[in-house]
Design a binder for this molecule. Sequence first.
Ligand SMILES: C[S@@+](CC[C@H](N)C(=O)[O-])C[C@H]1O[C@@H](n2cnc3c(N)ncnc32)[C@H](O)[C@@H]1O
Length: 242
Amino acid sequence: MGYGELRRRTEWLRAMYASIVDTYDLLNNVLSFKQANHWRRFAAECSGLAPGGRGLDVACGTGLLTLELARLAGSSGRVVGVDFCLEMLNRARKNVRRSPFRDIIRFELGNADALPFSDQSFDCVTMGFALRAVPDPERSIAELIRVVKPGGRVVTLELAKPSVPVFKEIYAVYLSRLVPLVGRLGVGRPGPYDFLARSVRAFRHQAEIRDLFVRAGLADVRYYELTGGIAAVHVGTRSLPA
Ligand SMILES: C[S@@+](CC[C@H](N)C(=O)[O-])C[C@H]1O[C@@H](n2cnc3c(N)ncnc32)[C@H](O)[C@@H]1O
């Protein structure tokens, strides 16, 4: 992808996410049958973040996965959420306002392709529902690895591809028909949720994401399929220096 095309795509995506801020949390709950928060909690737990630790949530959106990390880091920890969409970050700030962990959370503007943090600055890094949106997943994974300390974990949560017969077919219909329809009713126009359905279909299988983690040099790579494979959490550890 050339520089001009990359810029146009980034701007289009940023504006698309900005346009769904008000309905994002509600539609996320409805469309996932209230599973999304369980998936986020599981992903956070896979990060191994301990009390007092420092976590980073990349493409944090409205901050719900960031909050799960903060719950684990506790009052002596530090958690940063980063996103390239200012409107999402403003909503995230609002969402954490009533949390007992609000004082340990900070939100910053930044791109997953070039994170605004120095090398090895976090004990763990997460990324929820965004790997399929970035232009170059390999590059974003390399960035996640760069900012995590050796021995720290990189965790991604993403919509995936169910493999159980019948369930798989039902889900395909749900994704191509119901998700765009509910999305259009929710945001009042076609676009964002058609993108969601399209991007899930076009994205790589969870086994390929595992291979991507391995190729990127992560150790102890594994993945968990959630709710019949509708979502998947991938976990890898940055190796300690030899
Ligand atoms: C589907 S939302 C997921 C938000 C959140 N992680 C969650 O658990 O709900 C995707 C988010 O990724 C952000 N995003 C997409 N591409 C990005 C990039 N290249 N850099 C930073 N943020 C990005 C969007 O602004 C949006 O907030």
